[in-house]
Design a protein around this ligand. Structure first.
Ligand code: S3P
Length: 168
Protein backbone atom coordinates (compact mmCIF):
# COMPACT_ATOMS: atom_id res chain seq x y z
CA UNK A 1 0.00 0.00 0.00
CA UNK A 2 1.94 3.01 -1.23
CA UNK A 3 0.59 6.52 -1.53
CA UNK A 4 1.91 8.82 -4.22
CA UNK A 5 2.60 12.28 -2.80
CA UNK A 6 3.34 15.39 -4.86
CA UNK A 7 5.30 18.14 -3.15
CA UNK A 8 6.75 21.38 -4.49
CA UNK A 9 6.37 25.11 -4.63
CA UNK A 10 3.16 27.06 -5.06
CA UNK A 11 2.17 27.18 -8.71
CA UNK A 12 4.16 24.14 -9.76
CA UNK A 13 0.97 22.26 -10.68
CA UNK A 14 0.55 19.73 -7.87
CA UNK A 15 -3.26 19.84 -7.93
CA UNK A 16 -3.58 19.67 -11.72
CA UNK A 17 -1.00 16.91 -12.11
CA UNK A 18 -2.38 15.15 -9.03
CA UNK A 19 -5.84 15.01 -10.62
CA UNK A 20 -4.41 13.50 -13.81
CA UNK A 21 -2.27 10.95 -12.00
CA UNK A 22 -5.15 9.97 -9.69
CA UNK A 23 -7.46 9.48 -12.64
CA UNK A 24 -4.86 7.43 -14.52
CA UNK A 25 -4.22 5.20 -11.48
CA UNK A 26 -7.89 5.15 -10.54
CA UNK A 27 -7.11 6.32 -7.03
CA UNK A 28 -8.68 9.00 -4.86
CA UNK A 29 -6.96 12.39 -4.79
CA UNK A 30 -6.41 14.21 -1.50
CA UNK A 31 -5.52 17.84 -2.04
CA UNK A 32 -4.49 19.33 1.29
CA UNK A 33 -5.72 22.90 0.64
CA UNK A 34 -9.07 21.57 -0.58
CA UNK A 35 -9.33 19.28 2.44
CA UNK A 36 -8.72 22.22 4.76
CA UNK A 37 -11.34 24.31 2.97
CA UNK A 38 -13.98 21.59 3.00
CA UNK A 39 -13.34 20.66 6.65
CA UNK A 40 -13.48 24.20 7.95
CA UNK A 41 -15.98 25.62 5.46
CA UNK A 42 -13.57 28.53 5.05
CA UNK A 43 -11.09 29.50 2.39
CA UNK A 44 -7.34 29.30 2.97
CA UNK A 45 -7.25 33.08 2.72
CA UNK A 46 -9.97 33.53 5.35
CA UNK A 47 -8.23 31.18 7.79
CA UNK A 48 -4.95 32.95 7.17
CA UNK A 49 -6.32 36.44 7.70
CA UNK A 50 -8.53 35.75 10.73
CA UNK A 51 -6.59 33.06 12.59
CA UNK A 52 -3.08 33.51 11.20
CA UNK A 53 -0.44 31.31 9.66
CA UNK A 54 0.09 29.14 12.75
CA UNK A 55 -3.52 27.95 12.74
CA UNK A 56 -3.31 27.31 9.02
CA UNK A 57 -0.10 25.29 9.43
CA UNK A 58 -1.71 23.16 12.17
CA UNK A 59 -4.60 22.37 9.82
CA UNK A 60 -2.10 21.59 7.09
CA UNK A 61 -0.36 19.05 9.34
CA UNK A 62 -3.67 17.51 10.38
CA UNK A 63 -4.80 17.03 6.78
CA UNK A 64 -1.42 15.68 5.64
CA UNK A 65 -1.34 13.12 8.46
CA UNK A 66 -4.94 12.10 7.77
CA UNK A 67 -4.27 11.68 4.05
CA UNK A 68 -1.11 9.63 4.73
CA UNK A 69 -3.12 7.51 7.15
CA UNK A 70 -5.79 6.61 4.57
CA UNK A 71 -6.13 2.87 4.14
CA UNK A 72 -6.75 3.18 0.40
CA UNK A 73 -3.78 3.84 -1.88
CA UNK A 74 -4.13 7.51 -2.78
CA UNK A 75 -2.58 10.40 -4.61
CA UNK A 76 -1.86 13.32 -2.30
CA UNK A 77 -1.27 16.86 -3.58
CA UNK A 78 0.43 18.36 -0.54
CA UNK A 79 0.38 22.13 -0.11
CA UNK A 80 3.67 23.87 -0.80
CA UNK A 81 4.40 24.61 2.85
CA UNK A 82 4.11 21.08 4.26
CA UNK A 83 7.86 20.60 4.23
CA UNK A 84 8.39 23.53 6.63
CA UNK A 85 7.48 21.40 9.62
CA UNK A 86 9.88 18.73 10.79
CA UNK A 87 6.92 16.65 11.95
CA UNK A 88 5.49 16.69 8.43
CA UNK A 89 8.84 15.83 6.89
CA UNK A 90 9.23 12.89 9.26
CA UNK A 91 5.70 11.75 8.46
CA UNK A 92 6.46 11.89 4.74
CA UNK A 93 9.69 9.96 5.18
CA UNK A 94 8.17 7.40 7.53
CA UNK A 95 4.96 6.77 5.59
CA UNK A 96 4.52 4.11 2.99
CA UNK A 97 4.61 6.73 0.29
CA UNK A 98 6.45 7.61 -2.86
CA UNK A 99 7.18 11.32 -2.67
CA UNK A 100 7.71 13.18 -5.94
CA UNK A 101 9.07 16.71 -5.89
CA UNK A 102 7.79 18.79 -8.79
CA UNK A 103 10.46 21.33 -9.58
CA UNK A 104 10.17 24.54 -11.63
CA UNK A 105 12.06 27.74 -12.37
CA UNK A 106 10.82 30.87 -10.65
CA UNK A 107 9.68 32.33 -14.00
CA UNK A 108 7.40 29.36 -14.57
CA UNK A 109 6.02 29.57 -11.03
CA UNK A 110 5.45 33.32 -11.32
CA UNK A 111 3.43 32.90 -14.44
CA UNK A 112 1.21 30.27 -12.83
CA UNK A 113 0.60 31.77 -9.41
CA UNK A 114 -1.30 34.63 -11.00
CA UNK A 115 -4.42 32.42 -10.97
CA UNK A 116 -5.36 31.44 -7.47
CA UNK A 117 -6.61 33.31 -4.45
CA UNK A 118 -5.30 30.92 -1.82
CA UNK A 119 -1.75 32.26 -1.64
CA UNK A 120 -1.64 35.19 0.77
CA UNK A 121 2.13 34.82 1.12
CA UNK A 122 2.45 36.12 -2.45
CA UNK A 123 0.31 39.23 -2.05
CA UNK A 124 3.39 41.46 -2.00
CA UNK A 125 6.44 41.04 -4.19
CA UNK A 126 5.58 37.57 -5.52
CA UNK A 127 8.84 37.26 -7.46
CA UNK A 128 11.11 38.15 -4.55
CA UNK A 129 9.07 35.99 -2.19
CA UNK A 130 9.19 32.99 -4.49
CA UNK A 131 12.95 33.38 -4.97
CA UNK A 132 13.56 33.54 -1.22
CA UNK A 133 11.22 30.63 -0.58
CA UNK A 134 12.94 28.47 -3.17
CA UNK A 135 16.29 29.01 -1.47
CA UNK A 136 14.81 28.14 1.94
CA UNK A 137 12.69 25.24 0.83
CA UNK A 138 14.74 23.42 -1.80
CA UNK A 139 16.75 21.49 0.81
CA UNK A 140 13.51 20.55 2.56
CA UNK A 141 11.85 19.22 -0.60
CA UNK A 142 15.09 17.41 -1.34
CA UNK A 143 15.04 15.84 2.11
CA UNK A 144 11.63 14.20 1.61
CA UNK A 145 11.77 13.43 -2.13
CA UNK A 146 12.14 9.94 -3.51
CA UNK A 147 12.09 11.35 -7.05
CA UNK A 148 12.31 14.73 -8.75
CA UNK A 149 10.37 15.71 -11.87
CA UNK A 150 11.02 19.01 -13.61
CA UNK A 151 7.93 20.73 -14.97
CA UNK A 152 9.79 23.33 -17.03
CA UNK A 153 8.81 23.24 -20.74
CA UNK A 154 6.35 20.43 -20.10
CA UNK A 155 2.56 20.38 -20.22
CA UNK A 156 0.73 19.10 -17.13
CA UNK A 157 -0.09 15.99 -19.15
CA UNK A 158 3.60 15.32 -19.83
CA UNK A 159 4.46 15.98 -16.20
CA UNK A 160 1.79 13.47 -15.14
CA UNK A 161 3.29 10.91 -17.51
CA UNK A 162 6.77 11.54 -16.06
CA UNK A 163 5.42 11.13 -12.52
CA UNK A 164 3.76 7.86 -13.47
CA UNK A 165 6.96 6.64 -15.12
CA UNK A 166 9.08 7.35 -12.09
CA UNK A 167 6.64 5.61 -9.75
CA UNK A 168 6.00 2.57 -11.91
C1 S3P B 1 1.48 27.74 0.73
C2 S3P B 1 1.01 27.09 -0.39
C3 S3P B 1 -0.41 27.14 -0.80
C4 S3P B 1 -1.32 27.33 0.41
C5 S3P B 1 -0.86 28.51 1.23
C6 S3P B 1 0.59 28.42 1.70
C7 S3P B 1 2.95 27.70 1.01
O1 S3P B 1 -0.78 25.91 -1.46
O2 S3P B 1 -1.34 26.18 1.20
O3 S3P B 1 -1.04 29.68 0.48
O4 S3P B 1 3.38 28.09 2.11
O5 S3P B 1 3.71 27.26 0.11
P1 S3P B 1 -0.26 25.50 -2.94
O6 S3P B 1 1.09 24.90 -2.80
O7 S3P B 1 -1.27 24.51 -3.38
O8 S3P B 1 -0.26 26.73 -3.77
Amino acid sequence: MTHLVLVGMMGVGKSTVGRMVASELDRPLFDSDEMIESRTGRTVREIWSTDGEETFRALETETLLDALGESEESVIAAAGGVVLSQRNREALQGADAHVVWLLADVDVLLDRVRNGMHRPLLDNDPEGTLRRMLVDREPLYQEVADAIVSVDHRSPHDVAKAVLRCCA
